[in-house]
Design a protein around this ligand. Sequence first.
Ligand SMILES: Nc1ncnc2c1ncn2[C@@H]1O[C@H](COP(=O)(O)OP(=O)(O)O)[C@@H](O)[C@H]1O
Ligand SMILES: Nc1nc2c(ncn2[C@H]2C[C@H](O)[C@@H](COP(=O)(O)O)O2)c(=O)[nH]1
Length: 215
Amino acid sequence: MIVLSGTIGAGKSSLATILSKHLGTEAFYEQVDDNPVLPLFYADPKKYAFLLQIYFLNKRFESIKQAMSDDNNVLDRSIYEDSLFFHMNADMGRATPQEVKVYDELLDNMMQELPYAAAKKAPDLLVHIDISYDTMIKRIEKRGRDYEQPEQDPSLVEYYHELLGRYDGWYDNYDYSPKMKIDGDKFDFVENPDDLKKVLAQIDNELVSRGVVEK
Ligand SMILES: Nc1ncnc2c1ncn2[C@@H]1O[C@H](COP(=O)(O)OP(=O)(O)O)[C@@H](O)[C@H]1O
Ligand SMILES: Nc1nc2c(ncn2[C@H]2C[C@H](O)[C@@H](COP(=O)(O)O)O2)c(=O)[nH]1
């Protein structure tokens, strides 16, 4: 299983589609447009942060189990990033210490239940897409989900800065699996075919050198 990571609008879903096609495998996507809790969360984060987190945890767990059913399937966000989101929201006063404790213990318990073979308790590779704040905002605007637009809710400017800032430390400390970073500002793998080629070559190299796929 190959897992993508990155902030909102980094290009995870786009790359998941491209990469799974390239590898001849399946992509598994985070539930967003048909997520009934997400708009509620953006409208009232304090009321819905915990419910949203449980919702994501449940869906993510389901996707991981499905993605694991075959080699080299691609997941468009890691379960570990959900925890990053939740702890950030809790630090912003949107969840209580008790809710955080319940979430952390539940996550831990669920991870232990994953039916991985003993040697395969983690993804084969994490591919992190790194983007700047400006790129993040441009992409969020391009995609156009109402509730994510800072124009509609100026408090999102601080939320997005904080999120992006936390991602750096998160990636540096991530040690559940081999990892690699793609410069999502420099390589436009959606609109530039040359960039796409370079990005896929970087990922292929990692997968081959780690013995995940054959040359
Ligand atoms: N490298 C890129 N160049 C141009 N547009 C991009 C790029 N990556 C993503 N996008 C666009 O930005 C928006 C967010 O991308 P998406 O793949 O949904 O990101 P994520 O899944 O990380 O939130 C979409 O409209 C997508 O078409
Ligand atoms: N509070 C949380 N929000 C989350 C979490 N996972 C995703 N999200 C939000 C962020 C975006 O608005 C949307 C989809 O994210 P993309 O990066 O795929 O665009 O869902 C979470 O765990 N907690």
